[in-house]
Design a protein around this ligand. Structure first.
Ligand code: ADP
Ligand code: ASP
Ligand code: MG
Length: 409
């Protein structure tokens, strides 16, 4: 009988020092007794930031192609170091970079999407009795250029490899014990969820919970990969990310997420005519910038104001575009104002429980926190607030819906 095939991914903190790499090697060696293993590693913690800083020290706007070559080196180092550590324990292992196992992506440098993976070389190494160690976060485009998958992209490498190889399990080892009701670094009494549905995890990830990269959850949902998020420092069971189960809607709210990486742009005195929203947002979309929340205030004298959010890293690019359009259409000034945070409450049960939005507004009002923007979907409510209230808002919303007691599993 063939042994089960398991993909394990170790994040930056888990491989952050030589000692931690040795600890990962110990764990992998143990796992390799029962399973065939594909191990995906991130760069050592802080390394990707350090590399990006080097590139930015030389140019405010580094060439995306070259930037990817620079940052991909972080995972190259850890993949080989882990293979060396495994070999030193007598466990045969071989490292592979993205291109060596044909992780083909599109050419969107710094945020590339995986198109296909050829598993043949990995299976050959597994059949030869080796642990396959893969550098996460990286791929190769159609022209042979190195690409990277966006921050947190090693999660996506792991789930994509699990999908491509038909692995029996995908384990994401990180520096927390699982997925919590909110970031345990902000709310210390947040509790660990035993299970969470793909859709809830998709919302939490897209709304700022960095524990899994959103694209890894998209892959997991599409290919039905069950993902186990757990600690690399202990053997406790973590959180299973799974298809929706019939009783999941009984819990109204699964978690609270926040995103500090958004900025708000306001464009004043936009002529109130059909077609102008398209004139403003089409060129922003054409640059690949994702606009999230949009508010249009009907103003006086045929003019309106428009306010919307964009990722902070793309604020300057978005402002340039909006100012150009503003001149063409005779609108007023475009400016970015204030430090904002988007705080979101997520749960499948919102489909069937009314009043969640009202309770959110009341909870924030009690603390005197002003809501600047609101958006809702079937299973989430998001509000934009002043960044200085982030911790307070996350805590009071968490306590209003999730308290300190067990709510799931
Ligand atoms: P890794 O380097 O292992 O990929 P990350 O830093 O990317 O780890 O993700 C883990 C971090 O995600 C945790 O340290 C925690 O602060 C943060 N986090 C945010 N929201 C949540 C949540 N709901 N549950 C667990 N962790 C969360
Ligand atoms: N090293 C990359 C990052 O810091 C990818 C990852 O860790 O998943 O974003
Ligand atoms: Mg991560």
């Amino acid at each position: 009988m063939t042994r089960p095939l398991v993909v394990q991914k170790f994040g930056g903190t888990s491989v952050g020092t030589v000692e931690r790499i040795q600890e990962v090697a110990r764990r992998v060696a143990e796992g390799a007794q029962a399973s065939r293993l594909i191990v995906v590693v991130s760069a050592m913690s802080g390394e990707t930031d350090r590399l990006l800083k080097l590139a930015r020290a030389l140019s405010p706007d580094p060439l995306p192609r070259e930037s990817d070559v620079v940052v991909a080196s972080g995972e190259q180092v850890t993949s080989a170091l882990l293979s060396i550590a495994l070999d030193a324990r007598g466990v045969p292992a071989q490292s592979f970079l993205g291109h060596q196992i044909c992780i083909h992506t599109d050419d969107a440098h710094t945020k590339a999407r995986i198109r296909s993976i050829d598993s043949a070389r990995m299976f050959a190494a597994l059949d030869a009795g080796k642990v396959v160690v893969v550098a996460g976060f990286q791929g190769v485009d159609g022209n042979g250029n190195i690409t990277t998958l966006g921050r947190g992209g090693s999660d996506t490498t792991a789930v994509a490899l699990a999908a491509a190889t038909g692995a029996d399990a995908c384990e994401i080892y990180t520096d927390v014990d699982g997925v919590y009701t909110t970031d345990p670094r902000i709310v210390s009494h947040a509790h660990k969820l035993e299970r969470i549905s793909y859709d809830e995890m998709l919302e939490l990830a897209s709304l700022g919970a960095k524990v899994l990269q959103i694209r890894s959850v998209e892959f997991a949902k599409r290919y039905n990969v069950r993902v186990h998020v757990r600690s690399s420092f202990n053997d406790e069971p973590g959180t299973w990310v799974v298809p929706e189960e019939s009783n999941m809607e009984e819990v109204t709210v699964a978690g609270v997420a926040f995103d500090r990486d958004q900025s708000k742009i306001t464009l004043t005195d936009v002529p109130d005519r059909p077609g102008l929203a398209a004139r403003i947002f089409s060129p922003i979309a054409a640059k690949g910038i994702v606009v999230d929340m949009i508010i249009q205030n009907t103003g006086a004298a045929g003019k309106t104001d428009m306010t919307f959010t964009v990722p902070r890293v793309e604020l300057d690019a978005a402002l340039r575009i909006v100012r150009d359009v503003a001149r063409e259409i005779g609108a007023g000034d475009a400016r970015s104002e204030g430090d904002i945070t988007k705080v979101s409450v997520v749960g499948l049960g919102m489909r069937s429980h009314a009043g969640v939005a009202a309770q959110i507004f009341e909870t924030l009002a009690r603390e005197g926190i002003n809501i600047q923007m609101i958006s809702t979907s079937e299973i989430k409510v998001s509000v934009v607030i002043d960044a200085k209230y982030t911790e307070l808002a996350v805590r009071v919303l968490h306590d209003a819906f999730l308290g300190a007691k067990e709510t799931n599993g």
